[in-house]
Write a protein of this length. Structure first.
Length: 207
């Protein structure tokens, strides 16, 4: 049995027709932390592509473990291939949590990590809360859209799941935009205090 829309075959015998564009996710670069002050993805350096090749870039965070208990995992962009990080940004963030000990739960907007036309680093795991116990870490995904545009602002959205320093399950939702029409050609990740003790960040391009 097939599925046809406006004369175009979409499904044929349960399989997506070969003529339908699906896009692809291409691994560009993997960086692994080992007591690292930061992990930086700079266009043109070390095989990193962060330009007009793709309209969307995705970063995957895997087992991000801080050296310091109560750290904030953050990122920022650069418009000068990493010479400086501090692009003007506006963002919003909210969180959900669940305490493993007493079952306390919550969902809240977090204005403490908002940025309004500021140049500071942007929180991915909020407000000094990432735990550094041996078994604690953070994971998640950051999407950045059309970073090489010289016409529009550069929008981003992220979701992270982390082990809170006080033994909570903490999920954070961050979104905003780099308020610049210059191309954003580098992204840096770091903790607000201490190093990234371990973890992997992967950069993908979406076509």
């Amino acid at each position: 049995m097939g599925v046809i829309s406006n004369g175009t075959t979409l499904l044929d015998a349960g399989a997506l027709d070969s003529g339908i564009a699906t896009g692809s996710m291409t691994l560009i670069k993997t960086l692994t932390a080992s007591g690292s002050a930061n992990l930086s993805f700079v266009d043109g350096a070390g095989g990193v592509v962060l330009d007009g090749t793709y309209k969307q870039y995705v970063f995957k965070f895997i087992d991000i473990h801080p050296a310091t208990n109560g750290a904030t995992f953050q990122f920022q962009g650069s418009v000068n291939t990493g010479s400086a990080y501090g692009v003007t940004t506006t963002n919003t963030i909210f969180q959900a949590f669940h305490n493993e000990a007493d079952g306390t739960t919550g969902l809240s907007y977090d204005d403490g990590d908002d940025i309004a036309s500021g140049t500071g680093f942007i929180s991915l795991v909020r407000d000094d809360k990432l735990g550094a116990d041996a078994d604690q870490c953070a994971v998640g995904t950051l999407h950045i859209f059309d970073p090489s545009s010289t016409t529009f602002q550069k929008h981003y959205s992220a979701t992270t799941q982390a082990s809170h320093a006080s033994d909570f399950s903490l999920e954070c939702f961050t979104a905003g935009y780099f308020n610049t029409t210059s191309a954003v050609d580098a992204i840096q990740f770091k903790m607000h205090s201490g190093n990234i003790e371990a973890g992997t960040i992967k950069l993908y391009g979406i076509s």
